[in-house]
Design a protein around this ligand. Structure first.
Ligand SMILES: C[S@@+](CC[C@H](N)C(=O)[O-])C[C@H]1O[C@@H](n2cnc3c(N)ncnc32)[C@H](O)[C@@H]1O
Length: 240
């Protein structure tokens, strides 16, 4: 846990701030969750086995959304933060067949922590905390623990391919937050510094969408595509 413990996510107040405000500053968060559920219903709901792995689960929001469409899922949730896992356990206490694992992605890469195979591996806003080298290693791990025909979906922030697009994407994000503040009646300068906080946070290591999709293809994922994009916010994935 050495790497993870050096990150902001190891601090309870940092993860608390995210839980309190993610619905305000994550672009189209509700839409992202609707796309996740639509994907799940289309590709996985009718399968016989539905073993789901949620990587960087936070407070369990992603798995919770999946349970809303299918309560026969068996889920494994992984996060480096004890605090986040406690919140996930609380949130999912009404559901059965759930396994919580406290581990960093680095530990998943180094040790034999995932000892089963899955039909759907999903991650939301967590993999961008890894370097490209670590991302590729994690994608390989995901591919190896997916059953044939299984799917991987990553909801995540990416780096624009060129600087002027990155600048515009940041403006687009700021415009989204301003619109959200107006619609929620939030006054004052709350969240005005989110973009600086994102940019100055050494834990954020986004890579381009193209590099990540090419990495998936190179590893052997099929039908790799981008399912959603709004500035730096994307959903992409592939099938084994
Ligand atoms: C932005 S939150 C996203 C949480 C949730 N998936 C969501 O969409 O709301 C990022 C999560 O990734 C976890 N995380 C960050 N770096 C990690 C690492 N190296 N290993 C394991 N978990 C990590 C954090 O503890 C946090 O719960």
């Amino acid at each position: 846990m050495t790497e993870f413990n050096k990150s902001n996510w190891a601090k309870a107040e940092f993860s608390q701030e995210y839980r309190d405000n993610a619905d305000i500053y994550i672009v189209e968060r509700r839409r992202l969750l609707e796309i996740l559920k639509s994907f799940y219903k289309h590709f996985l709901c009718n399968k016989q086995q539905k073993k789901v792995l949620d990587l960087g689960c936070g407070d369990g929001i992603i798995t919770h959304e999946l349970f809303k469409v299918d309560n026969s899922i068996s889920a494994t949730l992984v996060d480096g933060s004890e605090d986040m896992l406690d919140k996930a356990k609380e949130r999912l206490r009404a559901f059965k067949n759930i396994n919580f694992i406290r581990a960093s992605f680095q530990e998943i890469l180094e040790k034999n922590i995932l000892q089963q195979t899955f039909d759907f591996v999903v991650s939301s806003l967590a993999i961008h905390h890894l370097t490209m080298e670590e991302k590729i290693a994690l994608f390989k791990k995901i591919h190896s623990c997916l059953n044939a025909g299984g799917h991987f979906m990553n909801i995540d922030v990416i780096l624009a391919p060129v600087e002027n697009l990155e600048h515009w994407y940041m403006t687009l994000w700021k415009e989204w937050i301003d619109e959200r503040k107006r619609s929620l009646g939030i006054e004052g300068n709350y969240f005005d510094d989110i973009i600086d906080r994102y940019k100055n946070n050494k834990d954020n290591k986004p890579d381009t969408l193209e590099d990540q999709m090419n990495a998936l293809k190179g590893i052997g994922f099929r039908n790799v595509d981008c399912f959603y994009k709004y500035g730096i916010f994307t959903i992409y994935g592939g099938e084994k």
